[in-house]
Design a protein around this ligand. Structure first.
Ligand code: 2M8
Length: 447
């Protein structure tokens, strides 16, 4: 396994294979997150996928994001899953029972929660790629940006309106799935307090049959909690204010908040270019500032790392995960603190940990006792997370570091399986292979 996974394909072959994966996962209407494990559209996956696809076919990238935006709830929420007809994934739309929700659009089936708001970043990037392509691609992508902007604004407004329940300025998640880092140690404490108050309706996990080693997936105890939270939300028909009031899981998420802050800025810049109303632009700037302040105020003075906030328990959470580097995504820390955090990021606790195959930040520091090198969000490296930091470094003027993320990301993925995540010391591809967002960020790195 190790030997095969460390083959290093030439760049042109790697790009061709990435394109092949994305085309292969395209059902014609949706590019699924992965061929077997994830046969639907995921919100933040779709944003990254569209960036990769834009290098192949700008119009296909646009139609992918149009499909996601068409599933936007009437109140502004972008749902975390837009379901295809495939029934090989659990939980499907019936388990969510989102047809009970007042704001769910009629013609689609979706989950009832959201994911990190990376979409403005995606639209910006696709616009730039499409403009470079010129001709009718340019016209199509500019028209799309104009069309997408109000939807993205409504999405950000929803997050601000319903997901800033306390004074910290952080945006809160009501389910670990909303963070995108499902079983990260970030959520261990808040999840420990999630106790099914009634018998869970029976269910069978389908994910375990789709991976070579079930130990790479979350445990059954974790799944029971994930499913219990769905029962709670279904009970209030996904009314967003009631969900926040009732959910037994409510956590201020620093990583999502930092993404929100920088996405608001990107959307503001785009809106300025498109001539959107001054009031909306000012709002976006205000939301960005508030979320950024929340991220910076969460920093643990002892470690310099940002911390999530367990709102139910009224306590800071200090798991040593990659999310602690959130201030590097949104920027704005005092120069000395930012430099210290950059040193930590590149240093021996993280990207410079001895023996790593590639200098991409692992999901948990290998120096942490809880680090598990093959276990999902508890240790493996995720190329898409490396891409996010590389993008932020480029934006904030750290061009050398941005280039390092690109080179190291390509080193990690050089064998061409496009794993969902990677064992940091062997480079073995884990979880699903042919994972769309991995192929997409590789294409973006190569093009
Ligand atoms: C993973 O999450 C889904 C639930 O949303 C799952 O495990 O079934 C996460 O890695 C998430 O961040 C990602 O968007 C999704 C699809 O790639 O898979």
């Amino acid at each position: 396994e190790t030997e095969v996974s460390r083959r290093c394909l030439p760049a042109s072959t790697l790009a061709a294979r990435a394109a092949y994966v994305l085309r292969g996962n395209d059902t014609g209407t949706v590019i699924t997150a992965a061929p077997k494990l994830y046969p639907h559209m995921w919100s933040w996956d779709a944003a990254f996928i569209a960036i990769g696809v834009a290098h192949l076919d700008v119009r296909r990238a646009v139609s992918e994001l149009d499909t996601l935006l068409a599933a936007q709830w009437h109140n502004g929420m972008l749902p975390h899953i837009v379901y295809t007809e495939d029934t090989d994934y659990f939980p499907g739309p019936d388990r969510w029972g989102t047809h009970l929700a007042e704001h769910m659009p009629e013609h689609v089936r979706t989950s009832g929660i959201c994911q990190p708001p990376v979409h403005a970043i995606s639209v910006r990037r696709i616009l730039d790629i499409g403009r470079r392509a010129g001709g009718s691609d340019r016209a199509a992508v500019e028209e799309f940006a104009r069309r997408a902007w109000p939807s993205l604004y409504a999405w950000h407004r929803w997050l601000m309106r319903f997901r800033t329940p306390d004074e910290t300025g952080l945006l809160a998640v009501v389910h670990g799935w909303e963070s995108g880092m499902d079983n990260s140690p970030r959520w261990d404490e808040p999840y420990a307090a999630v106790r099914p108050a009634a018998e869970l309706p029976p269910y069978a996990r389908l994910d375990l049959g789709m991976v070579r080693d079930t130990a790479e997936r979350p445990t059954d105890t974790e799944y029971d909690r994930y499913l219990w939270l769905i029962e709670e939300m279904r009970g209030v028909r996904y009314a967003p204010d009631e969900v926040v009031r009732e959910s037994s899981f409510l956590v201020g998420d620093v990583f999502l908040s930092a993404i929100f802050a920088v996405s608001c800025q990107v959307l503001e810049e785009l809106g300025t270019e498109l001539g959107r109303p001054e009031r909306e632009l000012r709002e976006l700037a205000g939301w960005a500032a508030a979320a950024r302040a929340g991220v910076l105020a969460s920093v643990d003075p002892a470690t310099g790392m940002a911390r999530d906030r367990d709102i139910r328990a009224n306590a800071w959470l200090s798991a040593r995960t990659v999310a602690g580097f959130a201030p590097l995504l949104c920027g704005g820390a005092p120069a000395d603190r930012e430099q210290a955090l950059l040193d930590e990021f590149t240093g021996p606790g993280w990207c410079g940990y001895p023996g790593l195959i590639a200098g991409i930040p692992p999901s948990v520091s290998p120096a942490d006792p809880g680090f598990l090198p093959r276990q999902y969000w508890r240790g493996p490296q995720w190329p898409v997370i490396g891409w996010m930091f590389g993008w932020a470094f480029a934006r904030h003027g750290y061009s050398e570091l941005a280039e390092t993320m690109r080179a190291e990301g390509l080193r990690l993925t050089a064998a061409g399986e496009f794993g969902e995540y990677y064992e940091p010391f062997t480079g073995a591809a884990l979880g699903s292979t042919g994972q769309s967002w991995t192929a997409a960020v590789v294409l973006d790195w190569l093009c």
